[in-house]
Design a binder for this molecule. Sequence first.
Ligand code: ATP
Length: 135
Amino acid sequence: MPNQPFKPEHSNSFIKLWRSFGYAFKGIRYATATQLNFRVHLVATITAVFMGLWLKISMDEWRWIMLCITLVLVVELLNTAIEMLTDLASPGYDAKAGHVKDVAAGAVIITALFALITGVIIFLPKIVTLLTHAA
Ligand SMILES: Nc1ncnc2c1ncn2[C@@H]1O[C@H](COP(=O)(O)OP(=O)(O)OP(=O)(O)O)[C@@H](O)[C@H]1O
């Protein structure tokens, strides 16, 4: 039926919950397949986790790294959703549509800078110590 919101049928609440997980992972798979930026963030995430294990960072430092990873991935997913919604609502040129995308991109940059600075603060002194001891 046209103009009716799509609502899949659910026989019980467990199946409803299970399907919600499925839709969420479908969204993450879609972002991974279509968004280069999201794939770059995933590579950065894996690199940060391996560096954390290699450099034996403290539990407190792990908390900061996990916060950065979560923030960066969540903001990138929201940015992707905003971009897609903007393209749906405004397929042609519209200055406001451009501003919407620019503002969302601004949120990604701020989060990525926060993650970068946190990573430098945590990892750089340990790498310098390793290198000076190796020399
Ligand atoms: N409909 C539009 N009207 C006006 N300006 C737009 C429109 N769509 C995009 N823009 C401008 O072009 C920029 C890039 O848009 P685009 O949709 O290519 O996003 P992107 O950041 O390159 O993301 P991706 O490459 O992941 O799709 C936007 O930030 C905005 O400034």
